[in-house]
Design a protein around this ligand. Structure first.
Ligand code: NAD
Length: 438
């Protein structure tokens, strides 16, 4: 196997897992990530020292961010930045603004970024950041001050060679512009490559905004091809109508799929004849949410998940497919647009039902892939046409899907375990080559 060609493993006994009994809570995202990691590590027969190294985040930063509110009062927000592993290159990972942010969640997302970058073979490590706040309740000025103060709090780790953030839930190009500006002020010169997902006018890449949804579309088509199913007329339900979900819906629809259900925080919307995605996008642009969208009948998010469709794209938040509802899932293919939408407890149930799951670390890697392109373009100072970006994204997503599929066949494991095996073996190989500084 080419990716495990450099096997420098020490002859040691099998893995010990002294803290395995701690991992009992299905909905703790870090535990969910770790249970998948453990399974792949066991199959790879990872040596104990390396196993322990890869089970720990390199760095966890907690910052208090005082912000002058418009009322004149000072409010203090808590922010996190976790660098999980940087053996393969600078840490890469988004920043989310959400009331549900916890350190465990940020740690899990940072680890996922490590595996995700390795699955698509990018020269990056993994990181994630988050601030506990409700951005919908903040004014633009408050949001900018919070972003700048959070950036100042983590500035020592940021940098094109060390840690490169990107947008995530409830953050966008504008927030990235503030992060870039705050960092550049500290450095005394403009440093575009410190963040990705920036506006195109200031060093962003064409195609970045659509990249995650485009990646979902590409791997969904690859999965349908593998299963011998046609793309034309394939029925699709998409949970989440933000950056990832709305673009995935739009592009799958453009490929000939019939999007019969979409949803957001306000609820689900169903139309068996197919939803006009352009009309739904226009509605959200005006109303901020899908609520009141006339082109479909309201349903619940739970109804959407368990509806009879060919493809289900969970593209909102984590832990929406659990051991409680996995038995009711009727989709043939699940394309995980979100990070961690399926709990470890649900995996076996989906396997038994024969659902083909394209795991998050592969399915939504399109975003970080074009973030990598953006970082390369910023550092080179030479920008690519959009069709070049899309074509290179297509190549990487198709090749990565094929790598994971080949490994899943070879080891008779599902796509998730195969994706973890591939990425962990790539990270492990670099650790062995570099040596552990212990
Ligand atoms: P976003 O903020 O643009 O959109 C999130 C969407 O989910 C919104 O439509 C929101 O209303 C909906 N939502 C929130 N809570 C919900 C609930 N309880 N039920 C149903 N819908 C709900 O975020 P995004 O950037 O699209 O990210 C979505 C997911 O994809 C996250 O898990 C994120 O980590 C992951 N992801 C994003 C990117 C990216 O490039 N943006 C890349 C990889 C992974």
């Amino acid at each position: 196997m080419s990716f495990m060609a450099t096997d420098l493993r020490l002859p040691t006994e099998r893995i010990v897992r002294p803290d395995k009994d701690r991992f009992l809570n299905e909905e703790n995202p870090f535990e969910a990530m770790m249970s998948r990691f453990d399974r792949a590590a066991e199959l790879l027969d990872l040596e104990p020292g390396l196993y322990k190294v890869l089970r720990h985040a390199e760095k966890e930063i907690i910052v208090s961010c005082p912000v002058m509110m418009d009322s004149g009062e000072v409010e203090v927000f808590t922010g996190y930045r976790v660098l999980y592993n940087t053996s393969r290159g600078p840490a890469k990972g988004g920043i989310r603004f959400d009331m549900a942010v916890t350190l465990d969640e940020v740690k899990a997302l940072a680890a996922w970024m490590t595996w995700k970058c390795a699955v698509v073979n990018l020269p990056f490590g993994g990181a994630k950041g988050g601030v506990i706040c409700d951005p919908f309740k903040l004014s633009v000025g408050e949001l900018e001050r919070l972003t700048r103060r959070y950036t100042a709090g983590i500035v020592a780790t940021l940098g094109p060679d060390s840690d490169v953030p990107a947008p995530d839930v409830n953050t966008n190009e504008r927030v990235m512009a503030w992060v870039m500006d705050t960092y550049s002020m500290r450095m005394g010169h403009t440093v575009t490559a410190v963040v990705t997902g920036k506006p195109v006018e200031m060093g962003g890449s064409l195609g970045r905004r659509e990249a995650t949804g485009r990646g979902c579309m590409i791997v969904t088509k690859e999965a349908l091809k593998h299963l011998g199913l046609p793309v034309q007329g394939t029925t699709v339900a998409v949970q989440g109508f933000g950056n990832v979900g709305s673009v995935a819906a739009q592009l799958l629809s453009a490929e000939g799929c019939r999007i019969i259900a979409i949803s957001d925080k306000s609820g689900g919307y169903h139309n068996p004849k197919g939803i006009d995605i352009a009309a739904a996008l226009a509605h959200v642009k005006k109303a901020k949410h899908l609520e009141g969208f006339a082109g479909a009948t309201p349903i619940t998010n739970e109804d959407l998940l368990t509806m009879e469709v060919d493809v289900l794209v969970p593209a909102a938040l984590e832990n929406v497919i659990t051991s409680k509802n996995a038995g009711k899932i009727r989709a043939r293919v699940i394309c995980e647009g979100a990070n961690g939408p399926t709990t470890a407890g649900a995996d076996n149930i989906l396997d038994e039902k024969g659902v083909f799951v394209i795991p998050d670390i592969l399915a939504n890697a399109g975003g970080v892939t074009v973030s990598y392109f953006e970082w390369v373009q910023d550092r080179g100072g030479y920008f690519w046409a959009e069709d070049v970006v899309n074509q290179r994204l297509n190549e990487i997503m198709c090749r990565s899907f094929a790598d994971v599929l080949q490994l899943s066949r070879q080891h008779k494991v599902n796509m998730r375990t195969a994706a973890y095996m591939l990425s962990i073996s790539r990270v492990a190989t670099v650790h062995r080559l570099r040596g552990i500084y212990a």
